[in-house]
Ligand binder design. Structure first.
Ligand code: FES
Length: 600
């Protein structure tokens, strides 16, 4: 590809876009469309005409004047405030992003009831609650003990009962009493424990509001960066417990951070729901994992678990509930179930492919009222690990790479000097390097001599050597962020695993790429991937861009839905039975398809 002109490499100008009523904000580069900005915060708009500006389905309103614009056509040249009508949403009443989450009817498994104190007698209080609420309340020993303690306080006029829903008895188990009226103070955490990244979201359980989320690298990574190495490490009870402790400490740190940020007491967090792959689930619960690493890769258990925070050493209210969502199979865990809940998979009408990109890629395919899933060992490259200068999407990470006429532009998180590259930047960079001919379809670096006359001098100057390997410099001078030959190979392995997984599932169901009506791309960094780049490197099936929709960290959204409405717990159980697991590694042509997918 021959480029002309003389522009210099520069960081792009950025603007802030606020979306309402979702209450979401994104900082995005000048010239991006409102549609792209909405996608980055997980708001999926209707794009029936594929963004050509002819269907009018993506109409939104610019505030404060209420001017109607087409999100697909409107290029961002300043800070904006945008309101989105329901009629322009792809997932009308379905709940995917935090913004739409408020549509969930609040029906948590933990609630509070305030009582004016006339007596501290447990039997009387129990009877009072039973009469007032017309439900069966049973006081647990912990609650009775607490009542005794509170009875010493002469000035105590109100107590608040902390109740866990008791489905079996269609009533409540009162686990604790708090002094005063604390009915408004009830928070929960939805956690997504990934092999590489752990995300915790703090939610106000009185009003469905997501207050904040925090993410961290899974500290188990030092014992191996994929599930197989963790399984191998945890080969004794001692080492399993070590891994368990490490993840619990990580969750406790994230919880403490969230509490500090929002200014709440950790004792007012009464429930934590957890979505994760089967290995992470087993390690968290201290269940044996050895069998997960050996055929037939059976889970110790696939059941959802309710346990107390004190029992697990999780630092929320000691009597708070910890709920781990059920798994499907050894390599398909509760994170996939959470994604399926979030996208309402059993109500999709079209042939829908959901791809959750993580260290373990999970795929769900809904076709004609049947649901299949598969898992592929992508490795952590797309999350920034195993890449020389890779990182999560943190300040200073290159998150986008775009060609200009003579060189490349990079977009760095936080508009700061580039120090690393995250998954979306990696996918962009590889796509750009392929377009420029810096690497060929096998992923091999082409020598600078071969590039002469084909690409501008500025691009050729970016090709050099790092650690005795060919490398391409992405950053400006003075900021040395390179992509090496080995990084390209790691990216190839990850994308081949995901694409081969999709292909083998398609093959089994005799589905061509053109049969896929809708592709939902999930994952913590999914929203930031450019669809064109993902298609260019062959990560996704060859389908039109407008059929691809970003749904953000859907596992986290699903965990949040399960936290806020216990109805979704039974939904998760139902889906775990409905979704059929396909072991793609057992398919006869697995190796051939995988090798084929290695090519760009
Ligand atoms: S007008 Fe059709 S997607 Fe915008």
């Amino acid at each position: 590809m021959l480029l002309g002109g003389s522009d210099c490499v520069c960081s792009m100008k950025h603007f802030t876009v606020n979306f309402f009523p979702d209450d979401k904000q994104v900082v995005i580069h000048k010239g991006a469309t409102v549609l792209e900005a909405a996608g980055q915060v997980g708001i999926v708009l209707n794009t029936t005409c594929g963004g050509r500006g002819t269907c009018g389905k993506c109409a939104v309103f610019l505030q404060p004047l209420g001017q109607k614009i087409l999100a697909c056509q409107y290029e961002i040249q300043s800070d904006l405030t945008v309101t989105i009508p329901d009629s322009s949403r792809f997932f009308k009443q379905k709940i995917l992003s935090e913004g739409l989450r408020r549509d969930i009817k609040l029906n948590p498994a933990v609630c509070k009831k305030t009582i004016t104190v006339e007596s501290f007698d447990p039997a009387q209080i129990e009877a009072f609650l039973n009469n007032r609420e017309d439900k069966k309340f049973i006081l647990a020993n912990s609650a009775i003990r607490k009542l005794r303690k509170l009875s010493c306080d002469q000035s105590c006029q109100f107590v608040t009962a902390v109740c866990h829903i008791n489905i079996k008895d269609n009533g409540y188990k009162v686990v604790d009493f708090e002094r005063g009226d604390t009915v408004e103070e009830i928070w929960g955490i939805a956690a997504d424990i990934g092999t590489t990244t752990v995300v915790a979201k703090l939610v106000d359980m009185t009003n469905n509001k997501s207050l904040a989320s925090e993410a961290a690298l899974n500290p188990q990574i030092k014992y191996g960066d994929d599930v197989i190495s963790r399984i191998n490490y945890a080969n004794t009870d001692e080492k399993l417990s070590q891994l368990q402790q490490v993840i619990i400490t990580c969750l406790n740190r994230l919880t403490a951070k969230l509490c500090r940020r929002i200014g709440i007491d950790k004792n007012n967090i009464y429930e934590m729901t957890i979505a994760c792959n089967t290995t992470m689930n087993h390690i968290f619960l201290g269940w044996p994992v050895k069998q997960l690493g050996q055929a037939p890769y059976k889970p110790y258990s696939s059941e959802a678990v309710n346990t107390t925070a004190i029992n697990m050493g999780v630092d929320i209210n000691p009597l708070g509930n910890i709920y781990t969502i059920e798994n499907i199979a050894g390599f398909i865990g509760s994170d996939t179930i959470a994604v399926a809940v979030a996208v309402d998979i059993d109500n999709v009408k079209e042939t829908t492919l959901v791809v959750d990109i993580g260290t373990n890629g999970e795929i769900i395919l809904a076709v004609k009222d049947k649901f299949y899933c598969a898992s592929c060992a992508a490795g952590p490259a797309l999350e920034g690990a195993r890449i020389l200068q890779g990182s999560r999407a943190v300040k200073g990470a290159i998150e986008a790479v775009i060609m200009n006429e003579t060189d490349i532009d990079i977009d760095v998180i936080g508009n700061s000097p580039a120090i690393s590259i995250c998954g979306s930047g990696l996918i962009d960079a590889v796509a750009v390097m392929l377009d420029l001919g810096i690497i060929d379809s096998t992923g091999r670096f082409v020598s600078p001599q071969e590039l002469k006359g084909k690409v501008p001098e500025k691009i050729i100057k970016r090709v050099s050597t790092v650690d005795s390997q060919p490398a391409f410099k992405l950053s400006k001078d003075g900021q040395d962020v390179f992509l090496t030959q080995k990084d390209i190979r790691e990216t190839q392995l990850a994308k081949a695993a995901i694409r081969a997984g999709i292909k083998l599932l398609q093959k089994k169901l005799e589905l061509a790429d053109s049969d896929i009506d809708c592709l939902l791309l999930a994952g913590a960094f999914g929203n930031y991937i450019r669809k064109e780049s993902a298609l260019r490197i062959g990560l996704l099936p060859d389908i039109a861009c407008e059929k691809i929709h970003f749904i953000g960290n859907a596992a986290s959204s699903g965990a949040e839905m399960i936290l806020l409405n216990r109805h979704f717990r039974s939904k998760a159980t139902e889906l775990a039975k409905k979704i059929e697991y396909v072991e793609i590694a057992h398919e006869a042509d697995f190796s051939m398809v995988y090798a084929d997918c290695m090519l760009f």
